[in-house]
Ligand binder design. Sequence first.
Ligand code: ADP
Ligand code: MG
Length: 252
Amino acid sequence: MGTIYAIANQKGGVGKTTTAVNVAACIAAAGYETLVVDVDPQGNATVGLGVSRENTPGVYDVLAGDIDARDAVRPTGVERLSILVSTPDLAGATMELPRLAGSETRLREALEPLREDYAFILLDCPPSLGPLTVNALVAAERVIVPVQTEYFALEGLAGLLDTLAAIQRDLNPRLTVAGMLLTMHDARTKLAQDVEREVRSHFPALVFDTVIPRNVRLGEAPSYGIPVIHHDPHCAGSEAYFELAKEVAARG
Ligand code: ADP
Ligand code: MG
């Protein structure tokens, strides 16, 4: 049975999508059937994996109950890596979901059969704690929380952990935090060093040893529609995400 990870933080631009796409690619490269579910209406994971958002079923149709998730899964250009895409109509789901029966558990139920097909399922969450993120956190067993090592990094993290605890209590007892991930780290700056120290001391044991550096290749890979390890396998970003994937698997 596959393990479902949500990549979540209500802040935008902290590296959620980059982490979902690139951890998934590293796991696929290690030989495991892997699925990315693009739960963000912005569709950055879909585009970043070179998959079209038009004229295709996706997460929206699955949540609406119009199609089985297995029939909506699409291949990517990467071997062993598939995707359930974000189509533009997913933006409306935030309004529509709360009106549907069992609105918080729809993604979990839809993904259940896919756990037989994939060793790892990674859910890329939108930058909010709205209904789509709640669906992802209810479906997931583990959460990875990317944290950018910049000023205000800690802001919002306590609230996010409260939300995770509430979801664990009320909706998903199996949910645990896989780890917090320091991203876009610039080790040369004192600020980044201070933030790393602060996050590690606030959340001992929760923070992954691996730190993702700020890396030009990581930023440009999505414009080619490929994960960084296929764009430049030896760059610092590729090495970091390989290390992280190992750590994620080891913690699992
Ligand atoms: P989120 O999904 O949390 O909004 P993204 O993963 O989309 O964040 O990252 C925000 C932007 O920063 C994107 O343009 C992405 O390509 C870029 N980016 C993410 N991680 C890095 C990194 N480690 N180094 C350089 N650029 C990065
Ligand atoms: Mg994103």
